[in-house]
Design a binder for this molecule. Structure first.
Ligand code: KG4
Ligand code: ZN
Length: 336
Protein backbone atom coordinates (compact mmCIF):
# COMPACT_ATOMS: atom_id res chain seq x y z
CA UNK A 1 0.00 0.00 0.00
CA UNK A 2 1.50 3.31 -1.08
CA UNK A 3 0.24 6.38 0.74
CA UNK A 4 0.76 10.05 -0.04
CA UNK A 5 0.86 11.90 3.30
CA UNK A 6 0.37 15.64 3.74
CA UNK A 7 1.06 17.74 6.84
CA UNK A 8 0.24 21.44 7.29
CA UNK A 9 -0.81 21.85 10.93
CA UNK A 10 1.64 24.59 11.87
CA UNK A 11 4.61 26.13 10.07
CA UNK A 12 5.83 23.29 7.90
CA UNK A 13 4.28 22.27 4.58
CA UNK A 14 5.20 18.64 4.08
CA UNK A 15 4.42 15.77 1.74
CA UNK A 16 5.75 12.22 1.67
CA UNK A 17 5.21 8.92 -0.07
CA UNK A 18 5.45 5.89 2.23
CA UNK A 19 5.04 2.20 1.37
CA UNK A 20 3.20 -0.10 3.80
CA UNK A 21 3.48 2.41 6.64
CA UNK A 22 7.19 1.71 7.02
CA UNK A 23 9.29 2.47 3.98
CA UNK A 24 9.82 6.13 3.11
CA UNK A 25 10.10 6.64 -0.68
CA UNK A 26 10.24 10.43 -0.36
CA UNK A 27 9.74 13.06 2.33
CA UNK A 28 9.73 16.77 1.58
CA UNK A 29 9.44 19.46 4.26
CA UNK A 30 9.18 23.15 3.37
CA UNK A 31 9.75 25.17 6.51
CA UNK A 32 8.31 28.64 7.03
CA UNK A 33 10.69 29.38 9.89
CA UNK A 34 12.25 32.35 8.10
CA UNK A 35 8.85 34.02 7.82
CA UNK A 36 7.87 33.58 11.46
CA UNK A 37 11.35 34.16 12.89
CA UNK A 38 10.86 37.92 12.45
CA UNK A 39 7.78 37.84 14.70
CA UNK A 40 9.13 35.61 17.45
CA UNK A 41 6.43 32.97 16.89
CA UNK A 42 4.03 31.53 14.33
CA UNK A 43 1.64 34.08 12.81
CA UNK A 44 -1.43 32.00 11.83
CA UNK A 45 -2.53 34.15 8.89
CA UNK A 46 0.95 34.10 7.36
CA UNK A 47 1.20 30.36 7.93
CA UNK A 48 -2.00 29.72 5.92
CA UNK A 49 -0.81 31.86 3.04
CA UNK A 50 2.57 30.19 2.93
CA UNK A 51 0.94 26.73 2.95
CA UNK A 52 -1.16 27.75 -0.05
CA UNK A 53 1.95 28.85 -1.93
CA UNK A 54 3.92 25.72 -1.02
CA UNK A 55 1.42 22.87 -1.17
CA UNK A 56 1.48 22.19 -4.94
CA UNK A 57 5.28 22.30 -5.42
CA UNK A 58 5.87 20.29 -2.23
CA UNK A 59 3.46 17.51 -3.28
CA UNK A 60 4.87 17.50 -6.82
CA UNK A 61 8.39 17.17 -5.43
CA UNK A 62 7.38 14.32 -3.10
CA UNK A 63 5.74 12.43 -5.99
CA UNK A 64 8.72 13.02 -8.28
CA UNK A 65 11.28 11.94 -5.67
CA UNK A 66 9.30 8.80 -4.89
CA UNK A 67 9.78 7.62 -8.49
CA UNK A 68 6.12 6.95 -8.91
CA UNK A 69 3.23 8.93 -10.32
CA UNK A 70 -0.32 9.75 -9.26
CA UNK A 71 -1.55 6.38 -10.47
CA UNK A 72 0.89 4.58 -8.20
CA UNK A 73 -0.69 6.13 -5.09
CA UNK A 74 -3.24 3.94 -3.24
CA UNK A 75 -4.53 6.50 -0.71
CA UNK A 76 -4.05 10.09 0.42
CA UNK A 77 -3.73 11.08 4.09
CA UNK A 78 -3.58 14.52 5.70
CA UNK A 79 -3.32 15.90 9.21
CA UNK A 80 -6.83 16.66 10.50
CA UNK A 81 -5.85 18.24 13.84
CA UNK A 82 -4.88 19.52 16.32
CA UNK A 83 -3.22 22.62 14.92
CA UNK A 84 -3.96 26.00 13.38
CA UNK A 85 -7.30 25.73 11.58
CA UNK A 86 -6.35 27.91 8.62
CA UNK A 87 -3.10 25.99 8.17
CA UNK A 88 -4.72 22.56 8.57
CA UNK A 89 -7.43 23.39 6.02
CA UNK A 90 -4.87 23.89 3.26
CA UNK A 91 -3.39 20.37 3.46
CA UNK A 92 -6.68 18.70 4.43
CA UNK A 93 -8.71 20.17 1.55
CA UNK A 94 -5.89 19.63 -0.91
CA UNK A 95 -5.67 15.96 0.11
CA UNK A 96 -9.44 15.48 -0.17
CA UNK A 97 -9.48 16.92 -3.67
CA UNK A 98 -6.48 14.81 -4.65
CA UNK A 99 -8.12 11.62 -3.40
CA UNK A 100 -11.47 12.52 -4.98
CA UNK A 101 -9.82 13.21 -8.32
CA UNK A 102 -8.02 9.88 -8.32
CA UNK A 103 -10.98 7.99 -6.78
CA UNK A 104 -8.82 6.61 -3.98
CA UNK A 105 -9.39 6.57 -0.18
CA UNK A 106 -8.86 9.69 1.90
CA UNK A 107 -7.68 9.42 5.53
CA UNK A 108 -7.59 12.24 8.11
CA UNK A 109 -4.83 11.64 10.67
CA UNK A 110 -4.44 12.99 14.20
CA UNK A 111 -1.17 14.94 14.42
CA UNK A 112 -0.21 13.30 17.72
CA UNK A 113 -0.79 9.85 16.31
CA UNK A 114 1.49 10.96 13.48
CA UNK A 115 4.28 11.84 15.91
CA UNK A 116 3.78 8.54 17.77
CA UNK A 117 4.05 6.68 14.45
CA UNK A 118 7.29 8.46 13.49
CA UNK A 119 9.33 6.03 15.57
CA UNK A 120 7.92 3.12 13.54
CA UNK A 121 9.80 4.60 10.57
CA UNK A 122 13.16 4.48 12.34
CA UNK A 123 15.77 1.83 11.56
CA UNK A 124 15.02 0.06 14.83
CA UNK A 125 11.33 0.54 15.60
CA UNK A 126 10.31 -0.49 19.13
CA UNK A 127 8.42 -3.74 19.55
CA UNK A 128 5.00 -3.34 21.22
CA UNK A 129 4.23 -2.53 23.94
CA UNK A 130 6.39 0.52 24.64
CA UNK A 131 6.13 3.86 26.42
CA UNK A 132 6.58 7.05 24.43
CA UNK A 133 7.32 10.61 25.42
CA UNK A 134 5.81 12.98 22.90
CA UNK A 135 7.39 16.42 23.36
CA UNK A 136 6.83 19.12 20.79
CA UNK A 137 5.96 22.78 20.51
CA UNK A 138 2.30 22.13 21.20
CA UNK A 139 2.25 18.98 23.35
CA UNK A 140 4.09 17.13 26.07
CA UNK A 141 2.62 13.79 27.05
CA UNK A 142 3.51 10.21 27.91
CA UNK A 143 1.67 7.33 26.25
CA UNK A 144 1.64 3.63 26.82
CA UNK A 145 1.52 2.26 23.30
CA UNK A 146 0.12 -1.23 23.77
CA UNK A 147 -0.16 -2.20 20.13
CA UNK A 148 -0.21 -0.38 16.83
CA UNK A 149 -2.89 2.26 17.21
CA UNK A 150 -3.61 1.43 20.86
CA UNK A 151 -2.48 4.40 22.91
CA UNK A 152 -3.18 4.97 26.60
CA UNK A 153 -2.45 8.52 27.70
CA UNK A 154 -0.59 8.36 31.03
CA UNK A 155 -0.18 12.10 31.60
CA UNK A 156 0.43 15.40 29.89
CA UNK A 157 1.40 18.98 30.52
CA UNK A 158 -0.95 21.17 32.49
CA UNK A 159 0.37 24.36 30.95
CA UNK A 160 3.20 24.95 28.48
CA UNK A 161 4.61 22.23 26.25
CA UNK A 162 8.34 21.52 26.60
CA UNK A 163 9.10 22.93 23.13
CA UNK A 164 7.04 26.00 23.91
CA UNK A 165 9.15 26.59 27.04
CA UNK A 166 12.30 26.35 24.87
CA UNK A 167 10.81 28.85 22.44
CA UNK A 168 9.88 31.27 25.23
CA UNK A 169 13.28 31.11 26.92
CA UNK A 170 14.97 31.70 23.55
CA UNK A 171 12.75 34.71 23.04
CA UNK A 172 13.69 36.08 26.48
CA UNK A 173 17.33 35.82 25.46
CA UNK A 174 16.64 37.54 22.14
CA UNK A 175 17.46 34.41 20.15
CA UNK A 176 14.40 34.38 17.87
CA UNK A 177 12.01 31.57 16.94
CA UNK A 178 12.09 28.57 17.14
CA UNK A 179 14.29 28.26 20.19
CA UNK A 180 14.89 24.55 20.73
CA UNK A 181 17.92 23.99 18.58
CA UNK A 182 19.67 27.24 19.50
CA UNK A 183 19.21 26.64 23.26
CA UNK A 184 20.42 23.05 22.81
CA UNK A 185 23.58 24.28 21.07
CA UNK A 186 24.20 27.04 23.61
CA UNK A 187 23.73 24.59 26.48
CA UNK A 188 26.51 22.41 25.11
CA UNK A 189 28.91 25.37 25.41
CA UNK A 190 28.37 25.87 29.15
CA UNK A 191 31.58 25.77 31.16
CA UNK A 192 30.10 25.39 34.64
CA UNK A 193 27.13 23.09 34.00
CA UNK A 194 24.57 25.88 34.12
CA UNK A 195 22.58 27.98 36.53
CA UNK A 196 20.41 26.04 38.95
CA UNK A 197 16.69 26.28 38.17
CA UNK A 198 13.84 24.41 39.92
CA UNK A 199 12.67 21.03 38.62
CA UNK A 200 8.91 21.11 38.12
CA UNK A 201 8.09 17.49 38.97
CA UNK A 202 4.64 18.17 40.41
CA UNK A 203 3.98 14.75 41.89
CA UNK A 204 7.01 12.54 41.18
CA UNK A 205 4.72 9.55 40.90
CA UNK A 206 2.38 11.05 38.34
CA UNK A 207 2.89 11.67 34.67
CA UNK A 208 1.70 15.21 34.29
CA UNK A 209 4.11 18.04 33.57
CA UNK A 210 4.27 21.77 34.16
CA UNK A 211 6.82 23.93 32.39
CA UNK A 212 5.48 27.42 32.99
CA UNK A 213 7.16 27.65 36.43
CA UNK A 214 10.61 26.98 35.08
CA UNK A 215 10.05 29.52 32.33
CA UNK A 216 9.11 32.08 35.02
CA UNK A 217 12.21 31.15 37.06
CA UNK A 218 14.39 31.83 34.03
CA UNK A 219 12.56 35.10 33.44
CA UNK A 220 13.12 36.19 37.07
CA UNK A 221 16.76 35.30 36.87
CA UNK A 222 17.22 37.32 33.68
CA UNK A 223 15.47 40.30 35.28
CA UNK A 224 17.74 40.07 38.33
CA UNK A 225 20.86 40.39 36.17
CA UNK A 226 22.26 43.60 34.77
CA UNK A 227 23.25 42.06 31.50
CA UNK A 228 22.70 38.63 29.96
CA UNK A 229 23.92 39.41 26.47
CA UNK A 230 27.30 37.69 26.61
CA UNK A 231 27.42 34.28 24.96
CA UNK A 232 29.00 32.73 28.06
CA UNK A 233 26.23 33.96 30.32
CA UNK A 234 23.56 32.84 27.85
CA UNK A 235 25.19 29.41 27.68
CA UNK A 236 24.92 29.06 31.48
CA UNK A 237 21.23 30.04 31.40
CA UNK A 238 20.53 27.68 28.49
CA UNK A 239 22.38 24.79 30.18
CA UNK A 240 20.58 25.31 33.49
CA UNK A 241 17.18 25.48 31.83
CA UNK A 242 17.88 22.46 29.63
CA UNK A 243 19.16 20.38 32.55
CA UNK A 244 15.96 21.06 34.51
CA UNK A 245 13.69 20.17 31.56
CA UNK A 246 15.64 17.01 30.76
CA UNK A 247 15.65 15.85 34.40
CA UNK A 248 11.87 15.99 34.48
CA UNK A 249 11.29 14.42 31.05
CA UNK A 250 13.71 11.58 31.73
CA UNK A 251 12.43 10.89 35.24
CA UNK A 252 8.81 10.64 34.10
CA UNK A 253 9.57 8.56 31.03
CA UNK A 254 11.64 6.02 32.97
CA UNK A 255 9.08 5.93 35.75
CA UNK A 256 6.38 5.25 33.16
CA UNK A 257 8.43 2.36 31.79
CA UNK A 258 8.74 1.01 35.31
CA UNK A 259 5.04 1.32 36.20
CA UNK A 260 3.84 -0.21 32.94
CA UNK A 261 6.51 -2.89 32.98
CA UNK A 262 7.71 -1.83 29.56
CA UNK A 263 11.10 -2.81 28.25
CA UNK A 264 11.10 -0.34 25.38
CA UNK A 265 10.95 3.45 25.47
CA UNK A 266 10.68 6.00 22.69
CA UNK A 267 10.83 9.76 22.33
CA UNK A 268 9.09 11.59 19.51
CA UNK A 269 8.24 15.17 18.50
CA UNK A 270 10.41 18.24 17.89
CA UNK A 271 12.04 18.10 21.34
CA UNK A 272 13.22 14.53 20.63
CA UNK A 273 15.78 16.22 18.35
CA UNK A 274 17.46 17.61 21.49
CA UNK A 275 21.04 16.36 21.72
CA UNK A 276 21.17 16.74 25.49
CA UNK A 277 18.02 14.64 25.91
CA UNK A 278 19.16 11.98 23.43
CA UNK A 279 22.56 11.63 25.12
CA UNK A 280 21.17 11.57 28.63
CA UNK A 281 18.53 8.94 27.81
CA UNK A 282 21.06 6.82 25.97
CA UNK A 283 23.17 6.74 29.16
CA UNK A 284 20.23 6.15 31.50
CA UNK A 285 18.66 3.24 29.61
CA UNK A 286 21.97 1.44 29.80
CA UNK A 287 21.64 1.32 33.60
CA UNK A 288 18.13 -0.10 33.59
CA UNK A 289 18.32 -2.48 30.61
CA UNK A 290 15.66 -0.74 28.60
CA UNK A 291 15.91 -0.30 24.87
CA UNK A 292 15.65 3.26 23.58
CA UNK A 293 14.10 4.13 20.21
CA UNK A 294 14.40 7.57 18.67
CA UNK A 295 13.43 8.59 15.15
CA UNK A 296 16.13 10.26 13.05
CA UNK A 297 16.21 14.05 13.50
CA UNK A 298 14.41 14.54 10.16
CA UNK A 299 11.37 12.69 11.56
CA UNK A 300 11.29 14.40 14.98
CA UNK A 301 9.94 17.74 13.77
CA UNK A 302 6.76 17.98 11.75
CA UNK A 303 6.85 15.89 8.58
CA UNK A 304 4.41 14.03 6.37
CA UNK A 305 6.05 10.60 6.43
CA UNK A 306 4.71 10.12 9.98
CA UNK A 307 1.21 11.04 8.75
CA UNK A 308 1.39 8.45 5.97
CA UNK A 309 2.74 5.88 8.46
CA UNK A 310 -0.18 6.46 10.84
CA UNK A 311 -2.67 6.36 7.96
CA UNK A 312 -1.51 2.91 6.91
CA UNK A 313 -3.19 1.23 9.87
CA UNK A 314 -6.43 3.12 9.25
CA UNK A 315 -6.37 2.03 5.63
CA UNK A 316 -5.80 -1.58 6.62
CA UNK A 317 -8.86 -1.34 8.88
CA UNK A 318 -10.80 0.29 6.05
CA UNK A 319 -11.15 3.29 8.34
CA UNK A 320 -11.54 6.07 5.78
CA UNK A 321 -12.49 9.67 6.42
CA UNK A 322 -15.61 11.20 4.94
CA UNK A 323 -15.27 13.97 2.36
CA UNK A 324 -17.56 15.94 4.69
CA UNK A 325 -15.13 15.73 7.64
CA UNK A 326 -13.65 18.94 8.99
CA UNK A 327 -10.36 19.80 10.70
CA UNK A 328 -10.12 20.35 14.47
CA UNK A 329 -7.90 22.82 16.29
CA UNK A 330 -7.67 21.26 19.73
CA UNK A 331 -6.84 17.81 20.94
CA UNK A 332 -10.23 16.12 20.88
CA UNK A 333 -9.32 12.65 21.96
CA UNK A 334 -6.45 10.33 22.62
CA UNK A 335 -5.27 9.35 19.16
CA UNK A 336 -6.84 6.04 18.21
O1 KG4 B 1 7.06 18.57 16.52
P1 KG4 B 1 7.33 19.96 16.13
O2 KG4 B 1 8.12 20.24 14.89
O3 KG4 B 1 6.02 20.79 16.00
C1 KG4 B 1 4.93 20.66 16.87
O4 KG4 B 1 4.11 19.74 16.65
O5 KG4 B 1 4.87 21.47 17.80
O6 KG4 B 1 8.08 20.63 17.40
C2 KG4 B 1 8.56 21.94 17.35
C3 KG4 B 1 9.15 22.26 18.70
C4 KG4 B 1 9.55 23.73 18.83
O7 KG4 B 1 9.05 24.21 20.05
C5 KG4 B 1 11.08 23.65 18.84
O8 KG4 B 1 11.70 24.70 19.59
C6 KG4 B 1 11.32 22.31 19.47
O9 KG4 B 1 10.33 21.48 18.92
N1 KG4 B 1 12.65 21.79 19.14
C7 KG4 B 1 13.59 21.53 20.07
C8 KG4 B 1 14.76 21.15 19.37
N2 KG4 B 1 14.50 21.19 18.04
C9 KG4 B 1 13.19 21.60 17.93
N3 KG4 B 1 13.54 21.59 21.41
C10 KG4 B 1 14.65 21.26 22.08
N4 KG4 B 1 15.82 20.90 21.48
C11 KG4 B 1 15.92 20.82 20.14
N5 KG4 B 1 17.07 20.47 19.57
ZN1 ZN C 1 4.18 18.31 15.58
Amino acid sequence: MRILGIESSCDETAAAVVDDGRKIRSSVVASQVDVHHLYGGVVPELASRKHIEAIVPVVEQAIAESHTDNHGIDAVAATQGPGLVGALLVGFCFAKAYAYGLKIPFIGVDHLEGHLSSVLLSDSPPPFPFVALLASGGHTAIYHVKAEGEYALLGQTRDDAAGEAYDKVAKMLGLGYPGGMVIDQLASQSASGGIEFPRPYLDKEKFDFSFSGIKTAVHRYIQSQEDVSSQDHQAEIAAGFQAAVIDVLVHKLLYAANVTNSRHVAIVGGVAANQGLRERLTREVDHCSLSLHIPPISLCGDNAAMIAAAAHRHLQNDDRTSMKADVYSRQLRTPH
